[in-house]
Ligand binder design. Sequence first.
Ligand code: PBG
Length: 342
Amino acid sequence: MTSSAHRFGIETPKLDLTHRPRRNRKSDWARRLVRENVVTTNDLIWPVFVIDGEKRRQPVSAMPGVERFSVDELVRAVVHAAKLEIPAIALFPNTDPKLRDASGSEALREHNLIATACRAIKKEVPNIGIITDVALDPYTSHGHDGVMHGEEILNDETVAILVAQALNQARAGADVIAPSDMMDGRVAAIRAGLDSEGFESVQIMAYAAKYASAFYGPFREAVGTSATLVGDKRTYQMDPGNSDEALREVAADLDEGADMVMVKPGMPYLDIVRRVKETFSVPTFAYQVSGEYAMIMAAAQNGWIDGDKAILESLTAFKRAGCNGVLTYFAVQIAEKLQKGL
Ligand code: PBG
């Protein structure tokens, strides 16, 4: 045996190690054998943006690689996602500015963009789960998730509208209602509303711990609220400094009947995911939001990081933190890779 001491001319002490953790890392097969967390296609939820018209695909400039789809193009994209066995998609509308008003009334219209998209997808791709967003921001002229009186976002009045919005989505075939508005008491009200119309089996995925975050910027471009939003959302979304409060929010949503809970944003909030999972042991999701997507893509496009590796590592981190699944704009790209065995 040539000793390293000889090779480098430095005397090496004889280490008497019981544990050499490197043994389990010595080869690919050994690493695969001891791996604790892996990302599979079953972990992916694909958020998509819908626009009106036909045969339209529109890029989102702050999210290179992400496009907004008209309903016909969306159906095509969802057929592809279903073939890849992505379990579910999450729909977000970019509503015509002319249809936005102070109370977000377009959210309740029977044949609005989201309802039309739900019906079309249900007809053509019955085996993919459809998650619809409950909140008024893509429909209000002021860009807030609720209705306003002066500067104030009204809670209880908003909840009444959100129930009607959720019912409109359930009637159009939504499988999972996902309230992202952060009004108090909305999960209970939506659950009661759904049950009263016979939608007992429609699930609720609550954006339970949703923070007032700067990482939503590109999403607001995508749904056209960066232009409309007046002020910020700090009177209803959570303060990024808080962690115990997230547990109270999750506890409340579970008490009110949420089937699954979500933490949002994702990567900067993995500590919250871990606490939620350990405290409640319920299906827990995180949203790798638009700003996280933009950061990874920007660095990758500049050649500063290896994009594919960084994406997979980020998704693995969500699993390690305790997520059952992740809403990610990378869903299709990763599912394609996983199908090819990476
Ligand atoms: C709004 C909503 C937001 C996102 C999902 N639903 C933004 C916001 O609260 O302003 C952000 C998603 C993302 O950034 O990818 N109800």
